[in-house]
Structures are given as structure tokens and as C-alpha cells.
Design a protein around this ligand. Structure first.
Ligand SMILES: Cc1ncc(COP(=O)(O)O)c(C=O)c1O
Length: 402
């Protein structure tokens, strides 16, 4: 019972966390393979992030965007150095980053009549009305229609369809290099390269939407780097602020002059404390061998999952890049999510039948082994039995046999 609006289905009360583990109000500790839905990339209570927050909070908590502050300037410089020559806009969340990217793309292409967007089937870009217009899942969209006109959805990994949809009215194409909420689908290299080529030929902007898959999650700092492309716009959020709300939009330097004072803004966006935390996060992500280890742990987890998948027909496919993993089941993922929780492991779903794993990037191999053992036990208990073979209609009889 709570006065909170029930837009989330929840019951657990969490009180503290350390590393990859979180403790509830009854003192039970869980291994967290959801990592605050991808936010806690460095796990809970990272010493350097906490120290950076403490130091900056004591110095300056908020100053407004009427003024510069040093951590915010430093963070913009750092991101641009790590990604590509760009100008940066800061906001507070993933959906705000997407909204800002949509506005900037229209500002850049609008004078030439480019007002439309291309997104992909199964895409998730957020819940505000603009971002929701590019989110594929019908149950999220339908109650709030009419949404933004001029959004065209293309099938995933279908360059022919994309080429047909991207035209003179397209302001931007939004693509998650690894789709998150939509089921953990990894964009093949050739798909991203093809999109970049089509966008360049047709004068549309390519937005690499990395709110969930960016910042080390896939084993590279930015997920677009797997394809060797450079997007026009990059959106970041979730792990950026080390647990504080922070989103960022990077716009290629040569496009930035189209954006003028007053085109967009945010009271809280670009908070100095969140920026100080983000600088500490980036220090860790770029420290020697950090991303190599993410990659190696991703391979270790994947091998273990492949082994389990061979024993259980309930698993139809395992998809992953780095430490972003989807285990597709032949039926609902709910019993498996529940079974894992009973064994002290938190995971989340992506769509109805995919168990999504977003462990903290600092997860240890022994944690991965613990997870694999628990998953094996949950599947062995029949939590996700393959559905019975399809019923066969008997001609003329009207009955069904299994
Ligand atoms: C790819 C992507 N874009 C946007 C969002 C929305 O981010 P937020 O919940 O921070 O608004 C999400 C959230 O899961 C996401 O995965």
C-alpha cells in the first residue's frame, strides 16, 4: 500500500546496495542482474562516484543554465573527446534526450521540409509524447493517441524497407544499435553501415540511440563503434550520471550552428553534481582494461547461457552483445523472473517472453556462475515448460487432440 501512482508493478522495498548486490527492507540480499535497469553500470555504492558526488554537492548543487559550471563544461569536453567532434546538450533522462534529439533534427532539417522520423519495429525510445511516437509497443502507444504524425516504422534489419522509408521529408532515423526493451536485438554491423549510407545519400540524420546500450554496456564505450560508423546525433542517459538523473545529446559539430539560443532548454538539465558523478563514471569506464573485461565477462556469460540453452527447449534463442543479454523463451518470461527472484537474483523482462540481463559492468565471474546455476535450477523446476504441441483439428469431428 502506498500513495504512489500505480504505474509500476512492484512490491520489493530496497534499502541499500553494494557492488552487484542490493538488500531489501527485510534484510534479504539479492544479486542484481538488472542493475537499476542499466543505470548502475558501476554497481551500487561505487567509492569514486560517491566521493565525486559528496565533493561537488558541498561546493555547488545547482546554479541554473543561465551560467556555466566547471563540471558540466568538463563533461561536455570529455564526451566529445571520447565520441566525435560535437556540441552537447544535457538533460535529465533518456526520454528527454530523445525529445531533444527530435527537436534538434527538425531544427536542422526543418527549413528544407524535413519533419518526419524513421524508427524500427520493437523500438523503445521513451514515454513522453514525442519519444512515445517512435516507440513500437502498441500497449504503450494506443491509450495516448493521437501521437506525433510522420513517424514511419521499418522492420528491423531490413535495409530495403529502410531505403524505401527514408526520403526527402525524413529529418532523422533513430536506431538503437542494440534494442533494449524491445527484446535485446543486436543490429548487425551491415545493417548499421547500410543505414548510415542511406542517411548520407538522402540527407537524413542518423541518431544512434544509446540510452540503454551506450557507455560500456556492449563492451565498447559507444555501441555504434561496433559497426565502425559515426552517427550525426548520439543520445546517452541511464548509466551516465552514476545513479543521478542525467542525459546527453551529442550533435556533430558541423550541424550545431543550426541550433540557436532558446531552441531548447531545461531547468535541471546539466546539473553540476550529476556532471561530477559522470566524470567519475567515465574515468572508470575508460580506465585500462575495463572494457576488455566487460567483453570477456560477456563472452563467459554467453557461453554459460548457450550451454544451458542446449539442455532446455524452453529457451528459443540467446542474444547478446557484451553484458547486454536477452534470453528468449518459448512462453512468458514471468515464471522465470519470479523463480530467479526466489533464488535471490533480480532480472527484468524485455517484452513478454525475453528475460533481459543487464548486470553491473563490475560483475564478478563468481556472480555470473551463481546466476547460471540459479537459472539452470529454475528451468529444471519446469518454470518455463515448452508449450504443448499445437492442437490438431480432426476433420469434421470438431474435437482437438494434443
Ligand atoms: C533506448 C531507450 N531510450 C529511451 C529510454 C527512456 O529513458 P528514461 O526512462 O530515462 O526516460 C529508454 C529506457 O529504458 C531506453 O531503453
Amino acid at each position: 500500500m502506498s500513495a504512489l501512482l500505480p504505474v509500476y508493478d512492484r512490491d520489493l522495498v530496497v534499502v541499500s546496495g553494494k557492488g552487484a548486490r542490493v538488500t531489501d527492507a527485510e534484510g534479504k540480499t539479492y544479486l542484481d542482474f538488472a542493475a537499476g535497469i542499466g543505470v548502475n553500470g558501476l554497481g551500487y555504492g561505487d567509492r569514486e562516484v560517491v566521493a565525486a558526488i559528496r565533493k561537488q554537492a558541498a561546493r555547488l548543487l545547482h546554479a541554473s543554465n543561465l551560467y556555466y559550471s566547471q563540471p558540466v563544461r568538463d563533461l561536455a569536453d570529455r564526451l566529445v573527446t571520447l565520441a566525435f567532434p560535437a556540441k552537447v546538450f544535457f538533460c535529465n533522462s533518456g526520454t528527454e534526450a530523445v525529445e531533444a534529439a527530435m527537436k534538434f533534427a527538425r531544427r536542422i532539417g526543418g527549413p528544407a521540409g524535413r519533419t518526419d522520423f524513421v524508427a524500427f519495429e520493437h523500438a523503445f525510445h521513451g514515454r513522453t509524447l514525442g519519444a512515445l511516437s517512435m516507440t513500437w509497443t502498441e500497449k504503450y502507444r494506443t491509450p495516448f493517441e493521437p501521437l506525433l504524425p510522420g513517424v514511419h516504422f521499418c522492420p528491423w534489419d531490413d535495409l530495403k524497407a529502410a531505403a524505401a522509408a527514408i526520403g526527402p521529408k525524413t529529418a532523422a532515423v533513430f536506431v538503437e544499435p542494440v534494442q533494449g526493451e524491445g527484446g535485446v536485438r543486436v543490429a548487425p554491423r551491415e545493417f548499421l553501415q547500410g543505414l548510415a549510407d542511406i542517411c548520407r545519400d538522402r540527407g537524413a540524420l542518423l541518431v544512434s540511440e544509446e540510452v540503454q546500450c551506450g557507455l560500456g554496456r556492449t563492451g565498447k564505450l559507444f555501441a555504434y563503434q561496433h559497426a565502425g560508423i559515426r552517427p550525426d546525433i548520439l543520445t546517452l542517459a541511464k548509466p551516465l550520471g552514476g545513479g543521478l538523473p542525467l542525459g546527453a545529446v551529442l550533435i556533430k559539430e558541423e550541424l550545431a550552428p543550426a541550433i540557436a539560443v532558446g531552441d531548447h532548454g531545461s531547468t535541471f538539465g546539466g546539473n553540476p553534481v550529476a556532471a561530477a558523478a559522470a566524470l567519475a563514471v567515465l574515468d572508470r569506464l575508460t580506465s585500462p582494461k575495463f572494457l576488455d573485461k566487460v567483453d570477456q565477462k560477456g563472452v563467459f556469460l554467453r557461453k554459460g547461457l548457450n550451454r544451458i540453452a542446449r539442455s532446455y527447449p524452453a529457451i528459443s534463442q540467446v542474444r547478446s552483445q557484451g553484458l547486454m543479454v536477452g534470453i528468449e523463451l518459448v512462453s512468458s518470461a514471468i515464471p522465470v523472473v519470479k523463480g530467479l527472484r526466489e533464488k535471490g537474483i533480480l532480472v527484468t523482462r524485455a517484452g513478454d517472453n525475453v528475460v533481459r540481463l543487464l548486470p553491473p559492468l563490475v560483475v564478478k565471474r563468481k556472480d555470473i556462475r551463481e546466476f547460471l546455476g540459479a537459472l539452470d535450477a529454475v528451468l529444471a523446476s519446469g518454470a518455463c515448460a515448452p508449450p504443448a504441441p499445437p492442437a490438431v483439428m480432426l476433420e469434421g469431428g470438431g474435437g482437438a487432440v494434443a
